[in-house]
Design a binder for this molecule. Structure first.
Ligand SMILES: [Zn+2]
Length: 66
């Protein structure tokens, strides 16, 4: 299973692709829609970011492969 730091949650992980829901660290709001991305792979990670639609906070989080 992939893992993710604060700022997003994993909805689905099929071993090659991961579906993420962004959840703002600042205000706790889930962002509209989901994001589907490649799993980074074993011992690898991917840094991702987005701006909260509600409070405008810039959120940075890390997606870890497995
Ligand atoms: Zn926010």
């Amino acid at each position: 299973m992939a893992a993710v730091s604060s700022g997003a949650v994993i909805l689905e992980d099929d071993g090659s692709r991961v579906t993420l829901q962004y959840v703002c660290v600042g205000c706790g709001r889930a962002q509209p829609g989901t994001t589907n991305t490649s799993q980074p792979g074993q011992n690898a990670y991917c840094d991702m970011s987005y701006r909260c639609y509600s409070c405008g906070r810039e959120n940075n989080f890390r997606l870890f492969g497995s």
